[in-house]
Design a protein around this ligand. Structure first.
Ligand code: ZN
Length: 333
């Protein structure tokens, strides 16, 4: 039996406890439809690799998505403005629900577990750094669990940028990454937020500017190159338009980070749920888009075979839960 380690990938189920997830889903759709679509902008280049051969892929709830011919990233197009995304993320009914006490309570134990896993990951990365005291910025966190947990283990000055919950007064926060001095940060963490950046290119350039020499950008994101999204496309049950403006591929994210000047230290897809997601969808829908070869495999082979496939997906960068680390390395090495 494969050892199940709590990691980012468990996120998907854990972060979506049914009782509150359905409510959040409705709030998210309602908020997305409240936006004035006349203000959306059509882009002609891939938001990851900037190639200009893109084509329509599918729609999610009436929001069209395109795909890049070159890196195979998938993205909403036309796209909302930064102001609209800011409203959705911080002020919309979906944002209010996410910040509510009820939601925070349901999520508390999950965010704490996730923080334990992320603390282990970050601690292992910090071992590569020579600094005595680390300056860390967590961008748009959903809670303070990570910063709290890291603070107990490491000599860290932690700052939260644009948090998506009501922060206690004791926590250091700033509104925008722009407010942080250039070249001042050792670690920038961006957990599950690349998905809703209007311009991923601008985002990675900005983070690069804010990092000190030798600093690291840590990213987790939903990848469009992942098995469940590749198989189910617009039917992938956990995709919500305004939460997932970008579903970049492994190749797209590699190009994005490299073009901004990053040296890629890690790119992996430790997801554990792709096969389960596709299998559950197939069981619940008579009419499904799953290719016969995959449907046959899922129906006729046992759980052990399913696990083998998931292991294969992880090893070959084919799960939709991606994590990446880029370092700002020009002088050392
Ligand atoms: Zn591309």
């Amino acid at each position: 039996m494969r050892q199940v380690i709590f990691n980012e990938s468990i996120n998907e189920l854990e972060v979506h406890p049914p009782q509150i997830y359905q409510e959040f889903r409705s709030a998210s759709y309602q908020s997305a439809h409240a936006l004035n679509r006349q203000e959306f902008t059509f882009i002609t280049q891939c938001p990851a690799c900037e190639d200009d051969t893109i084509h329509p892929a599918f729609s999610i709830d009436d929001f069209p998505y395109y795909e890049c011919n070159s890196c195979k990233s998938i993205f909403m197009n036309p796209r909302p403005t930064p102001k609209q995304v800011h409203w959705y993320t911080h002020k919309s009914p979906a944002a209010q629900l996410r910040a509510s006490e009820e939601y925070q309570q349901v999520m508390q134990s999950r965010l704490t577990k996730l923080a334990v896993y992320r603390t282990m990951w970050i601690t292992s990365l910090l071992m590569r750094m020579a600094e005595q005291r680390i300056s860390l910025v967590d961008i748009e966190p959903l809670g303070s669990a990570l910063v709290d947990s890291l603070g107990k283990k490491e000599p860290i000055d932690a700052l939260m940028v644009s948090p998506r919950f009501i922060t206690p007064l004791t926590q250091k926060t700033v509104h925008r990454l722009d407010d942080v001095a250039d070249g001042s940060i050792n670690v920038l963490s961006a957990f599950d937020i690349l998905e809703h950046q209007v311009s991923p290119v601008a985002f990675v350039h900005q983070t690069f500017k804010k990092l000190a020499q030798g600093g690291m950008l840590i990213i987790t994101t939903r990848a469009g190159s992942g098995f469940d999204i590749q198989v189910l496309r617009e039917y992938t049950p956990t995709l919500l338009p305004l939460e997932h403006i970008n579903l970049l591929s492994v190749e797209g994210i590699t190009a994005l980070m490299t073009n901004a000047g990053y040296t890629i230290e890690e790119i992996s897809t430790p997801g554990q749920l792709d096969v389960q997601v596709v299998n559950t969808y197939m069981k619940n829908h008579n009419n499904h888009p799953i290719p016969p070869s995959i449907a046959y495999f899922l129906e006729k082979r046992d759980g052990y075979a399913h696990e083998n496939l998931q292991n294969f997906l992880q090893t070959n960068l084919l799960s939709s839960h991606l994590r990446a680390v880029g370092s700002k390395k020009e002088l050392s090495r």
